[in-house]
Design a protein around this ligand. Structure first.
Ligand SMILES: Nc1ncnc2c1ncn2[C@@H]1O[C@H](COP(=O)(O)OP(=O)(O)OP(=O)(O)O)[C@@H](O)[C@H]1O
Ligand SMILES: [Mg+2]
Length: 230
């Protein structure tokens, strides 16, 4: 599904250059549940942004289903993102003046789902997230964990083939974390590909593959573990 070839990402700031990522080769198969782990600054978010079509690499190619994402026009890349990818971030980007239900409905509306159907699907998703009694609350009236669950419901509403998540359980209470991780398990069982950046060992345990980043490179798991222990 994803093939990364000879990718480097060099940030330039005030005349300084920093190569944040060096990936000679990486594949993430369809249906895989991959956890990207590693210390702060090791390039995790950079890698996720590259996979998400949001950051053009300095060199190399990111292939998504045999299409080179950054050789597409910006419009075609945006379409590929819309058609295939769902994003989950720590900042949820919910629309503040819409209710939980309306936030999820909005995603369906934008995908052209008829109004009655929008409402049905959105409330059923929120129900699965344990938010049946919070449908009409605005984001400011919800806890952080509840907001993350609304954001997740919105992300999965259009059934993306691939979910890219950056610290989806970062600030969550144990209950919300369990809801989110159980939901990811369900998506994974249903064939969804998940790539999740996480500092959370409990979350990482759920994944089927670990990518350890260190200084912008993928290290073998054993080396990463002994380096962390040292
Ligand atoms: N826009 C930018 N301009 C310059 N340098 C950047 C930029 N974005 C990230 N970096 C640098 O690239 C490196 C990798 O950053 P990245 O955000 O990918 O790390 P991370 O592994 O996600 O860290 P964290 O766990 O703290 O979120 C860091 O050293 C960071 O300072
Ligand atoms: Mg990060």
């Amino acid at each position: 599904m994803y093939t990364v070839q000879n990718v480097t990402m060099t940030y330039r700031r005030r005349g300084q250059e920093l190569t944040a990522l060096r990936l000679p080769a990486l594949t993430i198969a369809k249906g895989e549940y991959a956890a990207i782990v590693g210390p702060s600054g090791s390039g995790k978010t950079t890698l996720l942004s590259l996979l998400g079509g949001m950051l053009s690499p300095t060199t190399g190619h990111v292939m998504l289903d045999d299409v080179s994402l950054y050789d597409l026009s910006p419009a075609d890349r945006a379409k590929a993102r819309r058609d295939k990818l769902g994003f989950v971030f720590q900042t949820f980007n919910l629309v503040p003046y819409l209710s939980a239900l309306e936030n999820v409905q909005l995603a369906l509306y934008l995908a052209g789902v008829p109004t009655a159907e929008q409402r049905k699907q959105a409330s059923s998703l929120l129900d699965r997230m344990g938010l049946a009694d919070r449908l009409h609350h605005k984001p400011s009236e919800l806890s952080v964990g509840q907001q993350q669950r609304v954001a997740l419901a919105r992300t999965v509403a259009n059934q993306p083939a691939i979910i890219l998540a950056d610290e989806p359980t970062g600030n969550l209470d144990p209950d919300s974390r369990r809801v989110v991780l159980d939901f990811f398990d369900e998506l994974h069982r249903d064939g969804c590909t998940i790539v999740m950046v996480t500092h959370d060992a409990v979350a990482a345990q759920r994944a089927s593959k670990w990518l350890h980043l260190r200084d912008g490179a993928i290290t073998p798991a054993a080396a990463a573990l002994s380096a962390e222990a040292a």
